[in-house]
Design a protein around this ligand. Structure first.
Ligand SMILES: Cc1cc2nc3c(=O)[nH]c(=O)nc-3n(C[C@H](O)[C@H](O)[C@H](O)COP(=O)(O)O)c2cc1C
Length: 287
């Protein structure tokens, strides 16, 4: 059995998702790379346009990248009318990463895209819930349960919850599972900082670390969660080679996402898939 065929509500040709935010809305990768993916997760989309954070927005570390993009995006209507048709034309199922500052905002996004041809949604719970004084959804398992249950009532298709790697991760994972999530994406970036020596202060207010530096951390998270929840886990964290992806499979993931790797090498998804093939042939060749 191929692990990725067990993910409900989504038909995948291969287990590689392009991760949210690292391939723009398709303009930064060659079309043949996009078409070769198993699924496409869009950059985060909110109800209204967001301008994001002022520069600098990126900072390189010896084996990772810190970003502080601030979830810049053109908002639901522009996304639906001008961007989505192009994304759908690539072929792989399109999963829209949604972000909101209230349950209603998430619900409006799902309602607004329900008839648009998308394959499903990935719920970014790292955003602050303004109705709860700004505490991130990811810090509030009960809030996640309520949010996912309401989204599930509205949408019967693929519905993934993208976990934050910090906070009450297990409780949040259990809440999302119980509320009916189809899968959990494990996980988002790690809170991180770097210093601009020329100005004698941190480069940005809030940053998130991605890339090879986080692989061992997220690998452990996937391993721990896979022993405690049954809902399929989609790994996201520092996958640069086929071996990285295979290690995640061995630790319980059923599919995986490639993010920062495409910023280093736009062809990385093709290479990762072919490297992975050699590992999978020995293990999962019977399904
Ligand atoms: C520049 C950049 C932008 C990102 N934007 C989003 C986003 O809009 N929504 C989201 O859920 N995750 C976002 N992420 C997180 C990635 O989707 C991914 O989960 C994370 O970077 C870990 O995977 P990686 O090490 O393969 O990059 C972003 C990451 C980067 C580096």
């Amino acid at each position: 059995m191929r692990p990725w065929s067990e993910i409900p509500h989504l038909s995948l040709r291969n287990p590689l998702f392009l991760a949210s935010g690292t391939w723009g809305f398709g303009e930064t990768l060659p079309p043949r790379v996009i078409s070769a993916a198993g699924a496409l997760v869009t950059k985060g989309v909110s109800l209204n346009p967001r301008t994001g954070n002022p520069p600098p927005r990126l900072s390189e570390t010896p084996c990772g990248l810190i970003n502080s993009i601030g979830l810049e995006n053109p908002g639901l209507s522009t996304f639906r009318e001008r961007i989505l048709p192009r994304l759908l034309s690539h072929g792989p199922p399109v999963v829209v990463n949604i972000l909101g500052e209230s349950e209603e905002e998430f619900l409006d996004l799902v309602r607004g895209l329900a008839e648009s041809g998308v394959a499903g949604f990935e719920v970014n719970i790292s955003c602050p819930n303004v109705k709860k004084g700004g505490i991130a959804f990811a810090g509030d398992p009960e809030g996640v349960f309520r949010l996912v249950r309401r989204l599930r009532e509205e949408w019967k298709g693929f519905l993934a919850v993208k976990l934050s790697p910090v906070g009450p991760v297990l409780e949040v994972a259990r809440a999302a599972e119980e509320a009916g999530a189809s899968a959990l994406t494990c996980a988002n970036t790690y809170p991180a900082l770097s210093v601009d020596l020329s100005r004698g202060r941190p480069r940005f207010h809030q940053g998130g670390l991605s890339g090879p530096a986080i692989k061992p951390l997220t690998l452990r998270l996937v391993y721990e969660l896979s022993r405690k929840v049954k809902v399929p886990l989609i790994a996201s964290g520092g996958i640069i080679t086929g071996r990285d992806a295979y290690e995640y499979f061995l630790c319980g993931a059923r599919a995986f996402q490639v993010g920062t790797a495409t910023l280093i090498d736009p062809e990385a998804p093709l290479r990762i898939l072919s490297e992975l093939d050699a590992f999978l042939k020995s293990d999962f060749s019977h399904g």
